[in-house]
Ligand binder design. Structure first.
Ligand SMILES: NC(=O)C1=CN([C@@H]2O[C@H](COP(=O)(O)OP(=O)(O)OC[C@H]3O[C@@H](n4cnc5c(N)ncnc54)[C@H](OP(=O)(O)O)[C@@H]3O)[C@@H](O)[C@H]2O)[C@@H](O)CC1
Ligand SMILES: [K+]
Length: 482
């Protein structure tokens, strides 16, 4: 399913579905999917052996609720296939009684102190009924067990399921096997990092979910649907003209990278306005350069800000870009200027997209983003009546109407100098082609993330120039996927 649903929405869907099924059927679907995922992971650990489940050591941390139940039933299936299973109740003696009995019947053992090494640790401590933080006994076991792989059941225990905040102790998973649908913690904030690789198990919940998720997540088909493909009657002007006001004599690199981003997008024509024209022309002869925004002529979208400074001249350029009736992406130095002179945005009616990282967010909002990053982005978007792309290892986009999107393609390698310039230029090109602010931000983050993945193939160190070079390939890959 595209999107992530809150715990309450999952429970509503579960109640509708459960009323149609025999008791326990849903938990068996979940356990079967979980056991199959665990078997795959164990097999990957021993590609030389046939199987991988037989003879492996599995430890279950079992909490008091149905999440523990899923873990114990799945572990029983692994025990049936010859795994040595040890289950540790982490909340006194409270464990799912039927699931614990099934495990014992299959030869698994309930113990207080399991071995200190295992092939697979199953985190069945807390699921969507959990409050943030781990019970002490779970924390102690996590501190002493060396596991070759940690698999979280439904969610990494300890996280705030609905916001992705991690205010206290939580599990760090290699893989999270989630049931029915994503939850916000899988895609937002620090919890998304603790999720590791996400595997979704279909338990038949989708038809019963509310049509609107709490957090939307784009996929290739969305991007393809939003993308303006040139038709036979299009020319370079109808495809959109994008203006880039970036860079300076001191920082020509920002101009080169931002124009590279703009050239990779769907717009037909890129104009550059600023003091780094020589460097831009040398790298991108197809870009038409002028010294100032005023002299650039008409564009369908502007990018203003990367590397253009925060002095009087930069402020004047920013004002000129904002006078234009075209949509505008404001990045980097433009965000600092907006923080200092918020009034320059006040009479603005055409769409504006802001692309802050955390420090820039603080300059704009007055306090750093809350750990609930979806809500943080939405609050700034509402206050400034803009679209906000809040950068992070999991980038979030919020519209001024409160809609929140999480980007599924991010990666830590993209946190490299200049990578944001490429992203901002690409986004401006999407806006110039006619995409609305939220879609342009969502699509830009998605494709930029893919470009980062291509550039980082083989665990290479990635520079912003690598990302820019990979961008056209990432566009092609995304557009040909759906
Ligand atoms: N929905 C679906 O479609 C399906 C759901 N399924 C599964 O059910 C899971 C949800 O199960 P659940 O409702 O029993 O909640 P779960 O999280 O296991 O435990 C809650 C218990 O923990 C306790 N507790 C809470 N926080 C705590 C803390 N910080 N520290 C210590 N204790 C804490 C709390 O006790 P309390 O303190 O409130 O008395 C309560 O007893 C779901 O994630 C999925 O795995 C599948 O089987 C089938 C399809
Ligand atoms: K869990």
């Amino acid at each position: 399913m595209n999107g992530a649903w809150s715990a309450a929405a999952i429970r509503r869907a579960e109640a509708r579905l459960m009323s149609l099924l025999p008791p326990g059927a849903l938990m068996q679907r979940a356990a079967a999917g979980l056991a199959a995922a665990c078997a795959r992971i164990l097999r990957q650990q021993h590609p030389e052996r046939q199987g991988g489940v037989y003879g492996s050591t599995v430890i279950v941390l079992a909490g008091p609720g149905d999440n523990g139940g899923d873990a114990l039933y799945a572990a029983a299936r692994l025990a049936d296939r010859g795994a040595r299973v040890f289950a540790v109740p982490v909340m006194g003696e409270r464990v799912h009684p039927l699931a614990a009995a099934a495990l014992t019947r299959a030869g698994g053992r309930l113990v207080a102190q399991p071995p200190d090494h295992c092939d697979l640790l199953l985190d069945g401590v807390l699921g969507i009924g959990g409050r943030p933080g781990l019970p002490g006994r779970a924390l102690d076991q996590l501190g002493r067990i060396h596991a070759r792989a940690v698999v979280a059941v439904d969610v990494p225990s300890g996280v705030d399921v609905d916001t992705g905040a991690v205010p206290a102790s939580a599990v760090t998973a290699d893989v999270t096997v989630a049931f029915g649908a994503r939850k916000p913690c899988h895609v937002l904030g620090r919890a998304a990092l603790l999720t590791g690789r996400l595997e979704l198990v279909d338990i038949g919940l989708a038809p019963y979910l509310d049509p609107h998720p709490a957090v939307s997540v784009a996929d290739e088909a969305d991007i393809v649907g939003w993308w303006h493909r040139p038709g036979p009657d299009d020319d370079k002007y109808t495809r959109g003209v994008v203006g880039v006001a970036a860079g300076s004599e001191r920082y020509p690199g920002a101009a080169v990278l931002a124009t590279a981003g703009a050239l990779a997008g769907p717009a037909g024509y890129v104009r550059y306005a600023g003091a780094a024209a020589e460097a831009v022309r040398r790298r991108h002869p197809e870009v038409v350069c002028t010294p100032t925004v005023k002299e650039a002529g008409r564009v369908q979208a502007w990018l203003a800000g990367p590397g253009f400074g925060t002095d009087e001249a930069a402020l004047a350029e920013l004002r000129d870009a904002l006078v234009s009736p075209a949509p505008v992406v404001l990045d980097a130095d433009a965000l600092t200027l907006i923080g200092e002179y918020p009034s320059v945005l006040s009479r603005r009616e055409a769409p504006v997209v802001l692309t802050p990282h955390d420090r820039e967010y603080e300059r704009l909002y007055g306090s750093p983003p809350r750990e609930d990053r979806g809500a943080a982005a939405a609050a700034l978007a509402k206050r400034l009546n803009c679209t906000v792309l809040l950068k992070g290892h999991h980038t979030v986009v919020a519209g001024s109407d409160g809609a929140v999107w999480a980007n599924p393609t991010g990666r830590p390698q993209l946190a490299t100098a200049g990578s944001g310039d490429v992203l901002a230029g690409f986004m401006a090109s999407l806006l110039a082609s006619g995409m609305d602010g939220v879609r342009a931000a969502v699509a830009a983050a998605f494709v930029h993330g893919r470009a980062g993945g291509i550039a980082a193939a083989g665990h290479r160190t990635v520079t912003a120039s690598d990302v820019a070079r990979a961008l056209p390939g990432a566009v092609g890959a995304v557009l040909s996927r759906a």
